[in-house]
Design a binder for this molecule. Structure first.
Ligand SMILES: C[S@@+](CC[C@H](N)C(=O)[O-])C[C@H]1O[C@@H](n2cnc3c(N)ncnc32)[C@H](O)[C@@H]1O
Ligand code: SF4
Ligand code: SF4
Length: 351
């Protein structure tokens, strides 16, 4: 019923939305032991903190989202309450996913697998130790691969789990020639699929040369097609076919590809920082100005306050409410294809 109400809101785009967000992206921590070259965290997080379990409950209980993504500007697994958060939400029927570097020495594999987690996205942007270290700053490639193999094996032994494990790859200059090898590695490790995304430059524009040097559309498309063919040969699922047809391969974000009117996020989804600050989506994670605060205000007040309504109004007019929206090609969550994918139980990445 809530999906239907949200779908109606996405279709008709009212300024005030009755149905509470069906999807929450919640930042469990801003601590992280890594310093990846493409990540905004080092630039924007000055005093890291964990979200406490009672703060999590305060937010979750107000919204009771149907889907919850635990991810933000930090390493989710560093928060000692993460497994409890997953368990708390999944017990209430929420589909929970999280993203992790899986680079920690001690990962509570068994409790993670048994927590009710439905989707684990593991960030692995390299097929060799050298490239991993260049991108992620530390020589941890071997440990990460071992950790992924361990959780895949734990999952296979645990018959009750419906956990889906996916590699998440941020395409950038350093790894553009390894996309195909990453697919081979994924098949070797035994993950369910590989999700590629182009490096985002919003908030770290000064790193443009470092991150996307040499990434012309021809180079990117050629390497993606190679990886897609490898995936086809190995029977590994990827999002490459979608990306090849639906994304601006000019990483400077050629405006002709953008269609701001497709953005439906402020009608069904909400991003919440470790401090409870509400943002329209993950692209705003690092910006001070928020739309409200769910540790200080009630969801019903925030969801339809004047800031939210103004944001929706500008989007509805086909304009950019913020500079970040100019750099963004939002996914069409409620497209017909999306509905069929959902019916076929094939979930799509949201953030
Ligand atoms: C910010 S991290 C947080 C979770 C965890 N620390 C990790 O690395 O998986 C969430 C995801 O964003 C990706 N990411 C980081 N910087 C990015 C950028 N500039 N553009 C696109 N994705 C990025 C990471 O690789 C990771 O898959
Ligand atoms: S991408 Fe993830 S692991 Fe890397 S610095 Fe950012 S938060 Fe940490
Ligand atoms: S950054 Fe993108 S997804 Fe976020 S509100 Fe703007 S257009 Fe929508």
């Amino acid at each position: 019923m809530r999906y239907i109400q949200s779908g109606m809101a996405v279709l008709f785009k009212p300024l005030k939305v009755k149905a509470l967000p069906v999807h929450l992206i919640l930042e469990p921590t801003t601590f992280c032991p890594l310093n990846c070259r493409m990540c905004k965290r080092a630039k924007y997080v000055t005093v890291p903190k964990h979200m406490a379990m009672d703060e999590f409950r305060t937010i979750f209980d107000q919204v009771k989202p149907l889907r919850l993504t635990l991810s933000g500007l930090g390493e989710s697994l560093v928060n000692p309450a993460l497994v409890d958060m997953i368990h708390y939400a999944s017990r209430q029927g929420t589909v929970v996913s999280t993203t992790s570097s899986m680079a920690l020495a001690d990962i509570p594999m068994e409790s993670l697998v048994k927590s009710g987690l439905k989707r684990l996205k593991v960030s692995l942007d390299a097929a060799t130790p050298e490239t991993y270290q260049e991108i992620r700053g530390l020589d941890l490639f071997g440990r990460v691969v071992d950790n992924i193999k361990a959780i895949v094996s734990m999952k296979q032994k645990t018959s009750t789990t419906g956990l889906h494990i996916c590699l998440q790859v941020v395409i950038q200059s350093k790894n553009i020639s390894q996309l195909s090898q990453i697919v081979e590695l994924a098949a070797d490790i035994g993950v369910n699929d590989v999700s590629f995304r182009l490096v985002g430059l919003a908030g770290i524009e000064e790193k443009r040369d470092e991150l996307v040097a040499g990434l012309t559309p021809v180079v990117v498309v050629c390497q993606m097609k190679r990886a897609r063919d490898t995936a086809g040969r190995l029977g590994m699922k990827t999002n490459l076919a979608n990306l090849l047809t639906g994304t601006p391969w000019d990483v400077s974000c050629d405006k002709k590809y953008q269609n701001i009117r497709h953005c439906s996020f402020p009608w069904f989804s909400m991003y919440i920082t470790v401090d409870g600050e509400v943002k329209p989506c993950c692209m705003f994670s690092y910006i001070d100005a928020g739309l409200g605060n769910l540790l200080q205000e009630d969801i019903h007040t925030v969801w339809n306050n004047s800031k939210y309504q103004q944001f929706r109004q500008i989007l509805r007019q086909g304009k950019y409410p913020d500079a970040r929206c100019q750099e963004c090609v939002p996914e069409r969550i409620f497209s017909l294809a999306g509905v069929f994918r959902r019916i076929g139980n094939r979930r799509r990445r949201i953030c």
